[in-house]
Design a protein around this ligand. Structure first.
Ligand code: F0G
Length: 488
């Protein structure tokens, strides 16, 4: 048994050995969620406290090895050096940081598609729009299956392999299932996906099928899917790979390391993350707080979470003076975050509070505009990721982000995940008349400028030349106007 880590209930603090978790990853004492802790984790205390010394789950504890705290300078050097290695685990942008996630005993168990290693883009035009000097986007949609879920899936699925599971399963709004199906296929495991019927983007559904998952479409929403699946895993030997599985979050914390490494170990002032089931914001927060605790960085960024107005339970909690969590019936075109009863809300709310971040909600119209703006910067993302830019506009307007602060948007999914949304937007078929009417005059003007519906023409030389001549003349006139009309 691997005693390099334990699971601690984030609610009541009870600690158990990794293998002792129930199949639904809930604490039997209080129903809370676990987090993975290591001997060097904050508040870890005496390592075997609470774990029976002779239990089968703690038999090979070797304290001298476990209490050794990794050295920050040495780790930075090692992580950098691994970039030139030809070994798969070194090429992975998750396992390259393996000192901070010793969750598998044997690296042979690791299932990797060389996830992570995602670009950090400068976003000068979006920065100007929002009114900040310096805006970056960490594009997690550039992972192998096109979303940030790969970083968590490599971690948790490797644990499933090590523990001998043959079957894995998840409930999903699409990206988790795509990632799980890909990693399960690599490992030769069988997998089952529960998705809300008709409510996931085609790109994601097609991936689950392509990678050979058994896909079960249920006439319910994500929350209903997760509830049913939780029952299923209690009856069959199936390993649950939703983000209630704390090993998922260990992988999902590594973009925090990669990000500061890309910034030469400087820390941005603010990180803006979309919120659905709230695992990702929790994971990134854990990553930053652990790095600070280990002396790898001196401070943490403020982490703000943005939700869609129609799927905003955390925002409601955040603005409710009684601080009561009330699940909602979720509705948003950003289907990835169409979640009304987020499992990790307590973890995420702690991250917001500990880092001094904020929670915002954004409308469908604001999401569509932000997505088009990110697209026009040549970067692109899926609708759920665009809530970050839409939310940042609000944070700046409310004075919660100062213009000289360095801000990083976490773009969680690739633009090709949901092409229908993009096509509908550009054809003017996405937003309702009421939504458009609700936009400000300047927002309406930006929509009009950004929309690029295809030109449908006869294949006739004269017609095509004429149309392009007109189009180019208009565009050139607009450019001249912008250059001369914009403030210096
Ligand atoms: N962005 C994208 C593209 C997502 O797919 C998700 C979640 C989120 C943001 C929100 O992250 O849940 O950690 O707060 N997608 C899950 C899924 C629920 O099933 O693919 P979160």
């Amino acid at each position: 048994m691997n005693a390099t880590h334990q699971l601690r209930c984030t609610n009541c603090g009870v600690r158990i050995a990794g293998e002792a978790a129930r199949s639904d990853f809930r604490c039997p004492e209080c129903n809370g969620l676990y987090e993975v802790i290591y001997p060097w984790s904050e508040g870890a205390g005496p390592w075997n406290a609470g774990i029976p010394p002779n239990s089968s789950t703690s038999s090979s504890v070797t304290p001298s090895l476990e209490v050794r705290l990794p050295n920050p300078g040495g780790m930075r050097h090692l992580w950098q050096e691994r970039k030139t290695s030809t070994m798969a685990v070194d090429q992975s942008g998750v396992w390259r940081f393996r000192e901070l996630l010793p969750i598998v005993r044997d690296m042979e168990s690791v299932v990797t598609l060389r996830e992570g290693n995602t670009p950090l883009y400068e976003m000068p035009r979006c920065a100007q729009l929002v009114g900040v000097d310096w805006l970056l986007a960490k594009h997690q949609g550039m992972n192998p299956s096109g979303s940030f879920k790969d970083t968590g899936m490599t971690a948790a699925l490797s644990v499933a392999v090590e523990r001998g599971f043959q079957w894995v399963a998840c409930a999903s709004t699409g990206n988790t299932s795509a990632a799980m199906a890909a990693y399960a296929a690599r490992a030769g495991l069988r997998c089952i996906v529960f998705i809300p019927d008709g409510k996931i983007a085609w790109g994601k559904l097609s991936q689950a099928m392509d990678y050979g998952a058994l896909t079960v479409q249920l006439k319910t929403d994500f929350d209903g899917c997760l509830k049913l699946l939780t029952k299923l895993v209690q009856q069959f030997p199936i390993y649950l790979l939703n983000s209630v599985n704390p090993y998922r979050l260990e992988g999902q914390k590594t973009p925090a390391m990669e990000l500061v490494e890309q910034m030469e170990w400087q820390v941005p002032e603010h990180l803006v993350v979309p919120g659905g089931n709230l695992g990702n914001s929790s994971a990134l927060g854990k990553g930053f707080l652990e790095m600070k605790h280990l002396g790898l960085i001196q401070r943490v960024p403020k982490i703000s979470v943005i939700q869609a107005e129609g799927a905003n339970p955390l925002y409601r909690w955040f603005t409710d003076e009684n601080r009561e969590m009330k699940p909602v019936t979720a509705e948003t075109r950003a289907t990835a975050i169409r979640i009304g009863n987020p499992a990790s809300w307590k973890k995420a709310s702690r991250v917001i509070e500990e880092t001094g971040g904020w929670c915002e909600e954004v409308s469908e119209q604001e999401i569509a505009l932000a997505k088009a703006e990110i697209g026009a910067e040549g970067v692109g993302c899926e609708p759920a990721s665009a809530v970050t830019l839409a939310g940042l506009k609000k944070l700046v307007a409310a004075g919660r982000v100062a213009n000289e602060e360095r801000v990083v948007l976490v773009l969680t999914g690739h633009t090709l995940k949901d092409p229908q949304y993009t096509i509908d937007y550009h054809r003017g078929e996405l937003l309702t008349a009421a939504e458009v009417a609700g936009a400000t005059v300047s927002e309406q003007a930006r929509h009009a400028a950004l929309r690029k519906p295809p030109m449908v023409l006869e294949a006739d030389e004269a017609i095509v030349l004429k149309a392009l001549e007109t189009h180019m003349a208009t565009a050139n006139a607009e450019d001249t106007q912008t250059t001369h009309g914009s403030p210096a």
